[in-house]
Design a protein around this ligand. Structure first.
Ligand SMILES: [Zn+2]
Length: 192
């Protein structure tokens, strides 16, 4: 969905949704809601307009000789499941072992946002982050771990409130080298 391209369509659509659940879109508290929701959804799905290749443009600052794991932990994840359009949210840990190409650390956060701000399932989100790092940086290894709470599970199903879903993707050396994998997992361990 891209509500920002056609706000009139978006507003009429949200008014129809409000009516369908038994609400009166014209009452005072809801008068501004369709426009607000359209803008909110444009933000929550902004990732469709973002290009991982642009985000991951490498730079030369002398870090090219660095050949140890680079790991960023606790990157906030805010996404929406494609089955219910319900939020899922949590944190990602992203690591890679560079081979000549490094990126600014904030780029890893932007990469997570780029894929999270689309309709997702957590498994694909995890794989897409890992694959795009592999494709654009050609590192020796990539590791991604994501922990999220899913509102569609917690509010409807049998899941216990606060329960986390954990997904991971290990590529390159992290897949084949147990010592490297153990090092990544130690670095990725939750701080609490
Ligand atoms: Zn769902």
């Amino acid at each position: 969905m891209d509500a920002s391209n056609d706000p009139e369509f978006g507003i009429a659509d949200w008014q129809r949704l409000l009516r369908s659940i038994g609400e009166d879109p014209s009452r005072q508290g809801l008068a501004e809601t369709p426009g607000r929701v359209s803008r909110a959804w444009a933000h929550w799905t902004r990732g469709y307009k973002q290009d991982p290749a642009t985000i991951l443009k490498t730079f030369a600052d002398g870090g090219e000789s660095y050949d140890e794991l680079i790991v960023v932990r606790q990157i906030p994840v805010y996404s929406h499941c494609e089955h219910h359009l319900a939020p899922f949210f949590g944190h990602a840990t992203v690591g890679y072992l560079p081979s000549g190409h490094i990126v600014g650390l904030s780029k890893l956060t932007r990469l997570v946002n780029c894929f999270a701000a689309r309709l997702q399932v957590q498994e694909r989100l995890t794989a897409q982050i890992a694959q795009s790092l592999l494709e654009h940086l050609q590192p020796k290894a990539v590791g991604v771990i994501i922990r999220c709470r899913h509102m569609c599970m917690e509010s409807r199903g049998i899941a216990v409130a606060g329960e986390e879903t954990v997904t991971s993707a290990m590529l390159g050396n992290l897949k084949t080298n147990p010592a490297q994998r153990a090092e990544f997992l130690a670095l990725a361990e939750r701080p609490d």
